[in-house]
Design a protein around this ligand. Structure first.
Ligand SMILES: [Zn+2]
Length: 393
């Protein structure tokens, strides 16, 4: 009798739960294409239960979302992309939504739900990871004999789901950072003895710790992370340059606040657990001396950056500042984070949008990098080697 009572009670609970489960609306869909994965993001009016599975011949990924209705148009997505051939939707059972994603190769699906944050609603993220592309890239990186060229990792801040700061006329930080990064990379590649690696090549998000891993995998001798700042007071303008502060060091309030804002990128864009891992081997082998050396070098580099940037626009802080930026986590690599200007200032926003001004900023960063390596005695040596190879000497 008691058992029957419990059972009835359970039934009632189950019934009321399903009755209360409101239909969640999928209000928007976005697709971001990265070299090693494609990411589909669904904007939701609430939290959902979902599950994902694969079907073969032909390859497809199926995403079932409970108590959900599609309000967004799949047709607005730019398809096909390198992974996705097309997406279809259906209603396999009352109140259930099914998305069938036809893919061009075997992919590993990964899903996670993001809570509302920074003005964004609940979001369901579906990553279609390309293990074969990742494997090939790893093989290529390990096979590539370490070139004698100086390698500069150029990191365009933000991307994909994370626009970064947005100017009063709608200019997005992620757009400016990528434009300047590409221009900078071109200048570096043109310099004999130097070679650039773009950490982000398009409009997609790269988790902060993965940026650090990519710089290491490329055997970078330097890392430049490019950003644009924003603040409520619209008249504020000027660039600033940051390096990593040592653990426990006193950091000024503004720098700490900025680091917190930049470090929030992962939360805004959505990072799966597996992307949050540190590189345990590298952090263990790094001795204090090594670390301090790179921190000092970063400081020298930061000074040079400010010195060159001063010639192309206003400066916010006359000296480099320090704070704990996750993206500057490669402690063995001289690394700086540059805030090009304030995108929140309408006048500076217009400047940041201009390709000519972007080119000036890129060339200031390039000059500083070159001067840094020359001072470190690296670029001169490279030059001599190149000359020997070229038969000049
Ligand atoms: Zn930023």
């Amino acid at each position: 009798m008691r058992l029957l009572y419990v059972f009835t009670w359970l039934l009632i609970v189950a019934w009321s739960a399903s009755a209360q489960a409101k239909t969640v609306e999928i209000k928007d869909l976005r697709l971001w294409t990265a070299p090693d994965h494609s990411r589909l993001v669904l904007d939701l009016s609430g939290a959902v239960n979902y599950h994902v599975f694969r079907l073969h011949q032909p390859e497809r990924v199926v995403l079932d979302v409970e108590h959900a209705r599609l309000r967004a148009r799949i047709g607005k997505l730019k398809l096909p992309d390198p992974v996705i051939r097309r997406i279809r939707s259906g209603v396999p059972a009352a109140g259930q939504l099914r998305l069938v994603i036809d893919v061009k190769e075997q992919v590993r699906p990964r899903t996670f739900l993001l809570k509302p944050m920074h003005g964004k609603p609940y979001r369901l993220v579906l990553d279609l990871l390309r293990p074969e592309v990742e494997r090939q890239a790893a093989i290529a990186a390990s096979n590539k004999k370490r070139s004698r060229d100086i390698v500069v990792a150029v990191d365009a801040g933000h991307g994909g789901e994370d626009p970064g700061a947005i100017g009063p006329h709608g200019l997005k930080e992620k757009t400016v950072t990528l434009a300047v990064a590409k221009k900078l990379a071109r200048l570096i590649d043109r310099q004999p003895g130097m070679h650039a690696v773009l950490i982000r090549k398009g409009d997609y998000f790269v988790p902060l710790k993965k940026r650090v891993r990519l710089a290491r995998a490329a055997h970078a001798d330097m890392m430049i992370s490019i950003h644009a700042d924003s603040v409520r007071a619209r008249h504020v303008r000027g660039c600033s340059v940051y390096t990593l502060s040592e653990r426990g060091a006193t950091v000024d309030k503004a720098a700490r606040a900025l680091a917190a804002k930049e470090n929030a990128a992962d939360a805004v864009a959505g990072v799966a657990l597996e992307d949050e891992v540190d590189d345990p081997v590298v952090s263990r082998i790094l001795g204090d001396m090594f670390r301090r050396d790179a921190l000092n070098s970063s400081q020298i580099l930061a000074e040079k950056m400010l010195d060159r940037l001063r010639r192309v626009g206003p400066v916010k802080y006359a000296h480099p500042k320090r704070a704990r930026f996750v993206v500057l986590g490669a402690l063995e690599i001289p690394s700086v984070l540059v805030e090009l200007d304030y995108i929140s200032n309408p006048v500076r926003e217009r400047k940041l949008r201009s390709p000519r001004h972007q080119a000036k900023l890129a060339s200031a960063l390039f000059d500083a990098s070159r001067a840094f390596f020359a001072q470190m005695g690296r670029l001169g040596a490279q030059r001599a080697e190149a000359d020997v190879r070229g038969g000049v000497l």
